[in-house]
Design a protein around this ligand. Structure first.
Ligand code: MG
Ligand code: FE
Length: 168
């Protein structure tokens, strides 16, 4: 028998691992975005948010008398495949990064929406509230990435056409 509380703990551990991957992805993006400096402040802001999210998730686990140490393979695998996708890139790398990061932010938002329900069902309204706050941050970030796509594409096409180094 697996109780809602057991599932909540297991999914919070997934979320903890997911935020670890998010930190790595954002750090990689920040390093590679030299041609799109206008995106840097928002990415740095979300990197900071992501670190805080991971700490919040750890606090939720703590509340439940659990710790994040048991990293589940499924969450790690997701992160690894995202990262693989982001590393195997050619000249339109920056655009592929943006597509991948939009998908990643949506995945994060969905994870916290699901966690909210799990926390409520397990009788942990405070954890549900934390998950809702984080979910909104992920939704905001997904929306922001979405809104960058046309501009980033235009810039890429322009750089590409002028023969400038369009990479990154
Ligand atoms: Mg996050
Ligand atoms: Fe995020």
């Amino acid at each position: 028998m697996t109780t809602p509380r057991d599932n909540l703990i297991s999914w919070l551990r997934d979320a903890y691992a997911m935020e670890g991957q998010a930190i790595e992805l954002l750090e990689t993006q920040i390093e590679r975005l030299e041609n799109y400096p206008e995106a840097l402040p928002r990415l740095r802001e979300h990197l900071q948010q992501t670190r805080e999210q991971q700490t919040e998730v750890e606090r939720c686990l703590d509340r439940l008398g659990a710790d994040p140490s048991t990293l589940k393979e499924s969450a790690m695998k997701l992160g690894a495949s995202m990262q693989g996708m982001m590393h195997a890139m050619s000249s339109d790398e920056v655009l592929k990064h943006a597509l991948g990061s939009h998908a990643f932010e949506q995945f994060e938002a969905g994870s916290y929406r699901s966690l909210m329900t799990a926390a409520e069902t397990a009788g942990e309204p405070q954890i549900a509230q934390t998950c809702e706050q984080i979910m909104r941050q992920e939704q905001d970030m997904a929306r922001w990435v979405w809104e960058q796509l046309p501009h980033m594409t235009e810039q890429y096409l322009r750089r590409s056409e002028s023969g400038a180094e369009a990479k990154r």
